[in-house]
Write a protein that binds this ligand. Sequence first.
Ligand code: SAH
Length: 272
Amino acid sequence: MPQPRKKFAQHWLRSEKALNSIVNAATLNEHDRVLEIGPGTGILTRQLLPLAQAVVAVEIDRDLCDRLAQKLGQTEHFLLLQGDFLTLDLDTLLVPFPAFQNPNKVVANIPYNITGPIIEKLLGTIAAPNPHPFDAIVLLVQKEVALRLCSKPGSTHFGALSVRVQYLAECQFICDVPAKAFQPPPKVDSAVIRLHPRPITTPAHNPRHLETIVKAGFASKRKMLRNNLKSLVEGDRLTHLLEQLNVNPQVRAEDLSVEQWVALSNELQGSG
Ligand code: SAH
């Protein structure tokens, strides 16, 4: 095992059970082209290769890339790219490799220090969704993040991230993965999640406005929604709109469903 590097958030997965959960959640078939972020020592990559048509993996650590290339070789259906997933332009890099273009699934045990930016790059944002959405995204993430992504309104875990991600994708909690499933064990427990990007049934008329009110609405978790939105909407008007939407004006931000956030944004835009 190579010595794990802290700066790249390296924690090698060593649990067969966790590996199986990740692979099963991806329901791979021989037509799937998989993108893996942070293959590390290749433990997950090795499971993916026999099940998919092609796997393209992006790894930032040069030394690991050398080891992986030696171990797995650049076969017809495996392509290893060295670089920072967050800054590289995958579409352009894959132009010379037609067999790996437009991967349709993502399966990865990602570096936890960049979970938010990775998810944003995969899904896009409310105002700029990824124009080529993946069929499925299966990730191992910190349990805390998994709970936020998969929670329902009313839960203490339901926050701005939940609204932003659930606007773009169906989020499923697959299973818990304990810290001891890794070498070295991270400080936190983990979980496998699956995201299914899909267009929301009723989109926001002005996605930027929705982003603005969600950010402001969750600014202070202890306050009522109407107090968090004070600087954006006049109090009486908000109370009136919430009543129209059949929402108790005393609600907190975490009590509104994604659909209610959209409705609120659309009403505020319409009656502005
Ligand atoms: N998938 C492996 C390793 C997970 S650790 C396993 O399950 O054992 C996270 C991996 O992501 C490490 O290999 C790390 O080097 C890599 N990584 C960290 N930051 C990255 C980035 N910005 N782009 C691509 N890979 C990155």
